[in-house]
Design a protein around this ligand. Structure first.
Ligand code: HQG
Length: 179
């Protein structure tokens, strides 16, 4: 029997990376049929739409959204599969932060921030969030991103529904490692 946290992780996997794990598909905008998702989880253990609604409402990072009529669900950001979740373009704050692990620092200094397996590089609006993101990978280090200069130079930024800043890549000249 999976805990609610484990089910939430499974939902993130399905909605961002691997819908086939539950034999589901996403449409071009990343939407998944909510009733089908509930049914597939329910094949493994008792699970109802109300529980999916509770996971979405209570998610600590507000990772998921329902469509207006509640029939479909998608992840707000974080995808590796090429879906267009209709991210709004936005003007970034003067600086953004990227938390990473110390072992990646040299490579990032020379190659810049790359999206790796995801569609975008993920940036945080505050240091505390970047620190948490970095800790997921190891000993955290934080890069300060000169977002104002990137925007002035024509780079596009997007702001996901749950407050994550996204951009395609960050060349090294816009990066400074925080002391
Ligand atoms: C690193 C979580 C070497 C990059 C978080 C990161 C986030 C490089 C790793 C979201 C590199 C990719 C995304 C380069 C980038 N050389 N390493 N040139 N460029 N990297 O997990 O940003 O809880 O794909 O620093 O809150 O850590 O899942 O990205 O360490 O918002 O909702 O390559 O995931 O949200 O790792 O995390 P990830 P991320 P959730």
């Amino acid at each position: 029997m999976k805990t609610m946290t484990e089910i939430s992780k499974l939902i993130a996997l399905v909605l961002r990376h691997k819908p086939e794990a539950l034999n589901l598909t996403l449409d071009e905008h990343g939407w998944c049929d909510a009733a089908a998702l509930v049914a597939r989880i329910n094949e493994k253990q008792p699970f109802a739409m109300e529980e999916l609604q509770r996971i979405v409402a209570q998610d600590s990072k507000q990772r998921y959204s329902f469509s207006e009529d509640g029939s479909m669900i998608r992840a707000n950001q974080g995808h590796s599969i090429p879906v267009d979740v209709e991210l709004p373009e936005a003007t970034p704050p003067a600086v953004l932060y990227h938390g990473t692990a110390s072992r990646f620092v040299e490579s990032i200094r020379s190659a810049g921030l790359q999206p790796r397996s995801r569609l975008y590089v993920h940036l945080s609006a505050d240091v505390a969030t970047a620190e948490i993101v970095g800790k997921r990978h190891g000993k955290p280090e934080i890069f300060v991103v000169d977002a104002a200069r990137m925007a002035a130079d024509g780079f596009t930024f997007y702001l996901s529904k749950n407050g994550v800043w996204l951009t395609k890549a960050v060349p090294p000249r816009y990066l400074t490692l925080m002391e």
